[in-house]
Design a binder for this molecule. Structure first.
Ligand SMILES: NC(=O)c1ccc[n+]([C@@H]2O[C@H](COP(=O)([O-])OP(=O)(O)OC[C@H]3O[C@@H](n4cnc5c(N)ncnc54)[C@H](O)[C@@H]3O)[C@@H](O)[C@H]2O)c1
Length: 275
């Protein structure tokens, strides 16, 4: 948020929310916002130092009515059995799961012509899609037993639009686009299989967001101005833009919404500008 307006709190009161990738960027913001909204947050990340920082930020921001943030780290969700072990750890600590927010992703950006393009493609499919499926699979029986819940998975506008690849810093790739498009299919199928159990499943498609992963792209000379000019709402996205949408999808406010997508990109995807 811009600091001048903050929405009300308590929108996730009483919920246990599992969030992957809380060490920085969107995952950190979501952990802090979910706790502010009253959720008990259980996170994980490969980056232990970043996750520790998030816990310290949550502790410093804690006020009466807020939930807590705990985490297991380092956790490599791509390792065999790791998603199940993380989910079981959280269930052991908190007894149930109401929300699973699949935010973490591991990507290797390559052009199709690059010599290691196939290796990068396979890595990215595992790091951005298989890892999410495996985590959903691990959480599923707990959702069923608990009478339902909400799964929120992060896709990308790269799922629905080919992206130009910048010369120096690759900003997208076939593996990324394919994996994020796969998230959309996975989201709908989980919604179909989940509906009888009151398990909802929705996806968020962020546009270009300031985060550790995009920092090198933004740091290139002239890049910030160029990216900003290409966005109808004339600013780069903030992690809070995505966190607030995740709060909505995680909360009962969206209880009749499943198998759907929310695109949050400053208007890039749906508005065509003269120029
Ligand atoms: N930043 C953007 O412009 C943008 C745009 C569209 C979609 N996204 C998506 O948003 C999500 C959040 O990304 P972000 O922008 O905050 O970037 P980020 O790279 O800062 O966050 C990703 C987090 O996932 C963690 N992670 C990576 N591999 C892991 C693994 N194997 N096990 C556990 N944790 C792991 C990372 O350590 C990191 O903390 C991702 O799914 C990303 O693909 C980002």
């Amino acid at each position: 948020m811009n600091g001048t307006t903050r929405p009300g709190t308590g929108r996730l009161a009483g919920k246990v929310a599992f969030i992957t990738g809380i060490a920085g960027g969107q995952g950190r913001e979501a952990a802090l916002e979910f706790a502010r909204q009253g959720a008990t947050v259980f996170g994980c990340d490969l980056d232990a130092a970043g996750a520790e920082e998030t816990l310290a930020l949550a502790a410093a921001a804690h006020e009466p009515g807020h939930g807590t943030v705990t985490s297991q780290h380092p956790v490599d969700l791509m390792a065999p059995g790791a998603p199940e072990a993380w989910i079981e750890e959280g269930i052991g600590r908190h007894g149930r799961i109401d929300v699973l927010y699949n935010n973490a992703a591991a990507v290797r950006m390559r052009r199709i012509e690059d010599p290691d393009a196939l290796e990068a493609f396979e890595f990215t499919i595992r790091g951005e899609l298989v890892m999410v499926f495996d985590t959903i699979r691990a959480a599923w029986p707990h959702f069923v037993r608990g009478g339902g819940g909400s799964i929120v998975s992060t896709s990308s506008t790269a799922a629905v639009q080919g992206m130009p690849v910048p010369v120096r810093t690759p900003g997208s790739s076939a593996g990324h686009s394919a994996a994020k498009a796969g998230i959309l299919g996975l989201t709908r199928q989980a919604a179909a299989e989940g509906a009888p159990h009151r398990i909802r499943s929705n996806a968020i498609l962020p546009g270009f967001i300031e985060a550790p992963v995009t920092a090198p792209i933004i740091a290139e000379p002239g890049a910030r101005e160029q990216i900003t000019a290409s966005i109808p709402l004339r600013r780069i996205g903030r992690p809070s833009d995505i966190a607030m949408a995740a709060v909505y999808l995680a909360s009962d406010e969206s209880e009749w919404m499943t198998g759907e997508t929310l695109t949050i990109d400053g208007g890039v995807h749906s508005l065509r500008e003269e120029g």
